[in-house]
Design a protein around this ligand. Structure first.
Ligand code: XMP
Length: 435
């Protein structure tokens, strides 16, 4: 790696990812490290230009007060302590009380004048570094990639095609939890337009059977993640000499799956769901990128805008939006309602404006009337959120006529539904997905 680096020592602040992102937005690479990183580990980081110790409000984890070691201040690298109230105060530097939107501006003098870091973090360098690293890691071996067609896996595919060409085997697993028309589109774009090696597997029945009666969200994720790997292993056995598995893991997946100080928010499909007997070595070239950086990487690689700016779709797919134990009829209604939402958002130009929008069907029924008779039906919940990095999100304020149109269409066209609701909750406290 050629770029300069600012290390953030994690004392549990929820602001750390925003801080890292903000520093990267200034053109300087930044990564978050556990607060108890050892002296030799920290010294081994190439081009370390500065250290930020960010305590935030959560310096007590599981009843223990945590702090960075005193040796950090004697490394000969400038140290900035955010929050006066703990630890030693760094030399020549004032305290920044809170992480806010002006933080980047406030950090500039520390990063550029005190640390003398160079703004040499950009996607061109990132892609060049990754292509080199991928070639070193993979050699003449073959890689199997889970290609969901979402932004992350598409960018990984493009990076790998650039690095290793036809040593890459993309596998698209239709787990029965895809959105309407999605698998067809993946085949069209990757097989026909990009000429990638693409294997299409329809495993819908297998997934839905495994998921029958399973209501616990973590359990559902683990089943879906686990089955995914098994399907890949079966495909790998049909191919000769596959040793690597490509994954679209990104930085928020890693941060949210639990650094030493952050509590587990959810075990993400790409991290926590892997079975222990996994046979592959992982290739995860996007694991230090935030979502907006992944898109920039896609642009750098020349992917079409429709693909790069497409809304994200979680690995477990509609499985985390068909709340509780998945049933085939409710899943089908969800797929239809989601397709209507997407179509009407596109008609209203909202697909260009809103970061992520989808339908959810909880596992409850409420009373309604149909043909003069009582009719117990599901509610469809619509959710539309905006975010930069998926760590914090606000809701989109949709015009009433658009909501009315979507509501009327869902009630008229989707089986089993008798109510439509709009989810007003930002993240936090809610996560973007319902499960
Ligand atoms: P949450 O619900 O954690 O979602 O606020 C943040 C973003 O991540 C997506 N997401 C996932 N993506 N595997 C994925 O690949 C997952 O298990 C998963 N869970 C959530 C979610 O759609 C949102 O964009």
């Amino acid at each position: 790696m050629k770029q300069d680096l600012i290390a953030i020592l994690d004392l549990g602040s929820e602001e750390n990812s925003r801080l890292a992102r903000g520093i990267r937005a200034l053109g300087v690479y930044s990564e978050i490290y556990a607060h108890d990183i050892t002296e030799s580990e920290l010294k081994a980081i190439a081009n370390l230009k500065g250290i930020i110790i960010n305590g935030g409000k959560n310096d007590v984890v599981d009843g223990l007060k945590i702090a960075a070691g005193d040796w950090v201040y004697d490394l000969g690298v400038p140290v900035l302590v955010i929050d006066h109230t703990r630890g030693k105060k760094a030399q020549d530097w004032d305290t920044i009380p809170e992480c806010d939107d002006e933080m980047c501006e406030q950090l500039k003098p520390f990063i550029f004048d005190v640390c003398q870091a160079e703004a040499n973090w950009n996607m061109k360098n990132f892609v060049a570094d990754q292509v080199e690293l991928l070639r070193q890691q993979i050699g003449d071996k073959k890689v199997l990639l889970a290609l969901s067609g979402g932004v992350d896996s598409s960018v990984v595919a493009a990076l790998l095609v650039k690095a290793i060409g036809d040593q890459l085997y993309c596998v698209h697993v239709n787990h029965g939890l895809m959105r309407k028309g999605e698998s067809e589109m993946v085949v069209e774009v990757f097989r026909n337009q990009l000429s990638a090696n693409l294997i299409y597997v329809d495993a819908s029945e297998r997934f839905l059977t495994k998921l029958e009666g399973v209501a616990d969200p973590e359990q559902k994720r683990k089943i879906i993640g686990g089955e995914f790997i098994r399907v890949f292993e079966e495909e790998a056995r049909k191919l000769d000499g596959i040793e690597f598995l490509g994954q679209g893991t990104i930085y928020p997946d890693i941060v949210e799956s639990g650094t030493k100080t952050a509590k587990i928010v959810k075990s993400h499909h790409n991290v926590g769901g892997l079975p222990e007997d996994m046979q592959f070595e992982l290739v995860e070239p996007l694991k230090y990128l935030f979502k907006d950086e992944v898109r920039a990487c896609g642009v750098e690689l020349g992917l079409p805008a429709e693909m790069v700016y497409r809304q994200p779709f979680p690995g477990p797919g509609l499985g985390v939006r068909c709340i509780g134990a998945i049933t085939r009829d409710r899943l089908e209604s969800l797929r239809e309602a989601d397709a209507i939402l997407r179509e009407e958002f596109a008609n209203a130009g909202l697909d260009q404006k809103v970061w992520q929008y989808f339908a959810v069907i909880p596992d409850i029924k409420s009373t309604g009337v149909k043909d003069n008779a009582r009719f117990m039906g599901w509610p469809v919940v619509l959710r539309a959120v905006n975010t930069i990095d998926a760590m914090n999100a606000s809701i989109e304020e949709i015009e009433w006529p658009v909501l009315h149109k979507i509501t009327n269409r869902i009630l008229a066209e989707v089986d089993g539904v008798n109510r439509v609701l709009y989810d007003m909750t930002p993240k936090p406290p809610a996560t973007i997905e319902w499960e």
